[in-house]
Design a protein around this ligand. Structure first.
Ligand SMILES: [Zn+2]
Length: 391
């Protein structure tokens, strides 16, 4: 059993390695200053890393001209490492191979029906990971892959990694992270995609430096990721934030989650397409609706305003409970001003005045990249002593 002391040691060691991976050669003193660890702790960890040849020591020469003793500099052995992010949406698989700062080296995307083809989707995702690694010139047997993060468009149990809700078609009872890990030969961390959007926005996007954030993922379906007091909040079985499955109409239609009258069933993008289709000669899609909205189509903007108000009505109750500082509207619906303004109107109307006054509603900065960026965040957290926003 791991003791608290050894867990701390592992975390400190990861922090030192993480900093060395992201930096030019640094001295022991600078490592201590930048990690906040004591000099003796840094010295001890450095000895261990030198002994295991994970880092190398060189003698600096630039300061030697002054006649003083040249500083001993430390750098990571070989390549600092690579992160892999896998974002699985309802209609796509996106993979990014990135450096430790989450800057993508190679990105690829394929389109497919994810909901009804779990095994095929994981097979295709594994093939895409291999293609991206080859294109980036990385061989995971010899090069350092520091972590793989994966997002799926449904709830996943944070303890077992198993899909425990019927929300995502035939993925129920599957452990997608383990399945991908088996195919690519690397450990995989898995997370719900709305949670990844939230992590990505607080790390790289619209919610930087904000501790209480609701990330709304709105496209064909509706979900949310919650960051509370700077940490991702999943709930006991990973279902926290499923705002699309809050009861909206008492006698509404049966939903894929097993309940009836869910918000998503009434105002998710797929439902909006169904509502509008009879008024159009062309075949509509959620993406096409957003294009029509931007062209000023009054019918589409009317329904997007209604949808925004409905989502805002549910969010207003959540905000009264949680008192967040920011709502980030992500995925396809972020393009609709009517939708975002509809959310704002309901927030202003149905939350406590002080709650509304402290709260902003903004579109996502990372857009379609939020999921894969969040996957890179959790991939990177495997190497860090302070995983960004995870508990
Ligand atoms: Zn539902």
């Amino acid at each position: 059993m791991t003791t608290p002391e050894s867990r701390l040691r592992v975390a400190n060691r990861a922090q030192v390695l993480d900093l060395l991976g992201r930096s030019a050669p640094v001295s022991r003193a600078e490592l201590a200053q930048r990690t906040g660890l004591s000099r003796s702790t840094v010295s001890s960890i450095v000895q261990e890393l030198l002994a295991s040849e994970q880092i190398v020591e060189t003698t600096g020469d630039t300061l030697a001209r002054g006649g003083g003793r040249p500083p001993s500099l430390l750098t990571i052995s070989g390549s600092p490492g690579t992160l892999i992010g896998v974002d699985i949406g309802h209609r796509h698989v996106r993979v990014a191979v990135a450096d430790l700062a989450a800057k993508p080296l190679v990105e690829r995307e394929i389109r497919l029906d994810v909901d009804n083809s779990a095994v095929e989707t994981i097979d295709r995702a594994a093939a895409l990971v291999r293609e991206c690694l080859t294109e980036a010139g990385i061989d995971p047997r010899t090069d350092r892959v520091l972590g793989v993060g994966m997002g799926i468009p449904g709830p996943v149990d944070p303890h077992s990694g198993i899909v425990v809700s019927p929300i995502l078609g035939n993925w129920m009872d599957l452990a997608p992270g383990e399945e991908l890990a088996r195919r690519i030969g690397l450990p995989v961390q898995i997370e719900n995609d709305a949670n990844l959007g939230a992590l990505a926005e607080i790390e790289y996007g619209a919610a930087r430096d904000i501790d209480d954030v609701i990330y709304v993922k709105a496209s064909s379906g509706i979900g949310a990721g919650l960051v509370l007091a700077g940490k991702l909040y999943r709930g006991i079985t990973g279902i926290a934030g499923e705002i699309g499955h809050v009861r909206f109409e008492d006698n509404g239609p049966i939903c894929r989650c097993g309940n009836r009258g869910c918000l998503e069933k009434a105002f998710g993008g797929s439902r909006l397409v169904e509502l509008l289709q009879p008024a159009y000669d062309e075949t509509l899609s959620v993406e096409r609706l957003l294009e029509l909205a931007q062209e000023g189509d009054i019918r589409v903007n009317r329904i997007l305003d209604d949808a925004g108000r409905a989502v805002g009505r549910v969010l207003a109750d959540l905000c009264n409970h949680l008192n967040p500082a920011l709502i980030v509207v992500g995925d396809t619906m972020r393009h609709s001003e009517s939708f975002v303004l509809g959310i704002k109107d309901s927030i202003d109307r149905f939350t406590q005045p002080d709650t509304a006054a402290a709260l902003d509603v903004v579109p996502s900065e990372l857009g379609d990249k939020a999921g894969v960026m969040g996957a890179l965040v959790i991939a990177g957290s495997a190497t860090s002593a302070q995983p960004p926003g995870t508990i």
